[in-house]
Ligand binder design. Structure first.
Ligand SMILES: Nc1ncnc2c1ncn2[C@@H]1O[C@H](COP(=O)(O)OP(=O)(O)OP(=O)(O)O)[C@@H](O)[C@H]1O
Ligand SMILES: Nc1nc2c(c(=O)[nH]1)N=C(CO)CN2
Length: 228
């Protein structure tokens, strides 16, 4: 999804969650200054079955092995590390276990790092310790220079939009619980956005994500219908 398509969704999210666009842009610019260009051809996923491992509970880890490629998002990164699951791409805003993310880059795993208005200290602290060659810098604001925006907001749905951008054949979601009762109210609101954004993505892709099966009719896409 290019920025002209993403921007209306982004501004709706900004309004809903009270996020400061200028701060997001400052985060983006800070990340731009700390990174270099990443060749997206390294992430070619053409036709591949991709699983996106989220931060919710997973159940049977053996399922992950059925897919061609594994993308781990947020807390899903640590989960994969702990279970010995090889990660093809990690997607994070450095909210969860940033030391593991630094280590992944140093061992050759590409990591899509998102900068926004509320993680600038983490970006400044951890990005310089990463192997730059393995950092894909991303933003939810307007892309500038080598900082990419393929769409998406939370780590998990951003991973899905990026996989779509890189040509994934199918997307499956493990470790996703949109109605997780154990998360705080703001996280819960972000998960509702993750759900809506996946709905937008499945409509664009003419695919049906099974993670949405019990929600599809209830997902309120009314405010998004002009953008899907
Ligand atoms: N119940 C859940 N708890 C956490 N994440 C979930 C859940 N269900 C789906 N996800 C997806 O998994 C991603 C990774 O989540 P996690 O909370 O572990 O990391 P995070 O760094 O806090 O994520 P974010 O910064 O995007 O909130 C989330 O961004 C979300 O897209
Ligand atoms: N400015 C800002 N942007 C975000 C934030 C956040 O807390 N602040 N949280 C996200 C997912 O956790 C994604 N993007």
């Amino acid at each position: 999804m290019d920025f002209s398509e993403w921007e209306p969704l982004y501004t709706t999210i900004l309004d809903d969650l009270g996020i400061d666009r200028g701060a997001d842009e400052r985060g983006r610019d800070r990340l731009a200054a700390l990174t270099t260009s990443f060749d997206l051809d390294r992430l070619a996923l053409t036709g591949e079955a991709v699983v996106i491992v989220g931060g919710g509970s997973i159940g049977d880890d053996a399922q992950i092995g059925r897919f061609d490629r594994v993308i781990a998002a947020g807390g899903g990164i640590k989960h994969c590390q702990q279970t010995g699951t090889a990660i093809d791409l990690a997607v994070t805003d450095l909210d969860t276990d940033p030391e593991t993310v630094v280590s992944l880059t140093r061992h050759g795993t590409p990591v899509a790092v998102a900068a926004h208005g509320d993680n600038i200290p983490a970006v400044e602290r951890y990005v310089p310790a990463m192997d730059r060659d393995n950092v894909l810098p991303t933003t939810q604001a307007e892309p500038v220079a080598h900082v990419v925006n393929a769409g998406g907001f939370t780590d998990g749905d951003r991973a899905a939009f990026l996989a779509d951008h890189c040509g994934a054949g199918s997307l499956t979601f493990l470790g996703w619980e949109f109605d997780d009762a154990d998360v705080n109210p703001m996280k819960s609101r972000k998960l509702q956005w993750a759900k809506r954004l996946l709905r937008v993505l499945e409509q664009r892709r003419h695919e049906r994500f099974s993670v949405l099966d019990e929600y599809r009719t209830a997902v309120d896409t009314d405010d998004l219908k002009n953008h899907s």
